[in-house]
Design a protein around this ligand. Structure first.
Ligand SMILES: NC(=O)c1ccc[n+]([C@@H]2O[C@H](COP(=O)([O-])OP(=O)(O)OC[C@H]3O[C@@H](n4cnc5c(N)ncnc54)[C@H](O)[C@@H]3O)[C@@H](O)[C@H]2O)c1
Length: 338
């Protein structure tokens, strides 16, 4: 079978992870890139030996493109994905799916109507430790989920002027849709939901602590969530940590517990404690983005070649967006600066 001909739209920070993953694949080949920034476009097109487009709508009219990777600011995901699907192109959209659940619903509806497939880049599901946790939970050996906690303590204060001001779209409700939760901690929110089943938000707060003068969105968020049986999970994320700490996810079950600290997984059951190191070398991008882009992109094209839906379907990703929306909408009144 001929490789899928792929275009990357948005040649900014994350695009390197997509280029690197595509270079390694036989099932897909990068053929075009798109950006409105002339310098980024030129650099990417030259380095990747790809056709250059400065208009994504023109790119979508190219019949020699089978799939697009959307690596642009959040506010552009919905329109680009819906148009790409209706043009018959497969879509691999960077997280978050859109600015909010309503946008994600429009994308899921477009995917349901299209011949083409849509997936969302929740690459942390492909981490070896995440897969191990999923396997242990699915086997039933730990019993049912009884409660847990998650902590995402990262730092965007030291680089705030550069990070939030340079690119313009970050830190604004209209273009980023939030900050600490929708951009940084959404991976952990997705993992928590994927591993424990559907959660809903009981209470929480969106706060602007130290970045309140730089951004209009939240730099810190705390949530109390619960599953359908009422088992609770505490979730805390902040962009005001002293550094980018390893993400911590702790899950209790009837017959044991799982504790993830970065890539180190501790599995406790009656009479046994096992510590597994699932670290893998991060070859491209920032270390806290992990190394999951490669396996996720490879799996997407492997399944497409076999005529199968992606592992992370639009409907699945939409459930994480709905949970995220509950946190933003239900607690809008609690947004405040300290
Ligand atoms: N999966 C992950 O772990 C991960 C990590 C980082 C970023 N991301 C996501 O990737 C996306 C991009 O983030 P980033 O950090 O690379 O941002 P960025 O600002 O570095 O890059 C965005 C690029 O999109 C381009 N762009 C803007 N408008 C465009 C348009 N109309 N047409 C074509 N190109 C356009 C910009 O010029 C820029 O080059 C976001 O959704 C972000 O949340 C995901």
């Amino acid at each position: 079978m001929d490789p899928f001909r792929v275009a990357v739209i948005g040649c900014g920070a994350i695009s390197g992870n997509h280029f690197h993953a595509l270079e390694k694949l036989k099932s897909a080949r990068l053929t075009a890139v798109c950006d409105i920034d002339p310098e980024k476009l030129k650099n990417a097109a030259e380095a990747q030996h790809a056709k250059a487009y400065d208009d994504w709508r023109e790119l979508l009219a190219d019949p020699e493109i089978d799939a697009v990777h959307i690596c642009t600011p959040h506010c552009l995901h919905r329109d680009m994905a819906v148009a790409a699907l209706s043009a018959g192109k497969h879509v691999l959209c960077e997280k978050p799916m859109g600015l909010n659940a309503a946008e994600a619903e429009a994308m899921a509806e477009a995917a349901a109507k299209a011949e083409a497939q849509l997936t969302v880049c929740f690459q942390n599901r492909y981490n070896a430790a995440s897969r191990r946790m999923k396997e242990l939970i699915s086997s039933g050996s730990l019993g049912g989920f009884t409660g847990g906690s998650a902590f995402v303590v990262w730092n965007r204060t030291d680089t705030a002027q550069k990070y939030y001001r340079a690119d313009g779209w970050r830190g604004k409700w209209a273009s980023e849709g939030g900050s600490a939760l929708i951009n940084q901690a959404i991976h952990t929110l997705d993992l928590a939901r994927w591993l424990t089943g559907d959660l809903s938000v009981v209470s929480g707060a969106m706060l602007a602590h130290r970045l309140g003068d730089t951004i209009e969105t939240e730099d810190t968020c705390d949530l109390l969530m619960q599953d359908k049986a009422g088992h609770r999970m505490l979730f805390y994320c902040t962009n005001c940590g002293g550094s980018n700490l390893p993400v911590q996810l702790h899950l209790n079950f009837e017959k044991g517990e799982l504790h993830l600290n970065g890539s180190i997984l501790t599995i406790r059951t009656a009479g046994s404690t096992e510590v597994e190191d699932h670290s893998s070398e991060v070859l491209v991008g920032k270390d806290y983005w992990g190394s999951g882009h490669g396996p996720l992109i490879e799996d997407f094209y492997r399944r497409l070649a076999m005529g199968q839906p992606p592992a992370i379907t639009a409907e699945d990703a939409l459930r994480t967006m709905r949970l995220m929306d509950e946190a933003y909408q239900a607690h809008a009144t609690e947004r405040r600066r300290l």
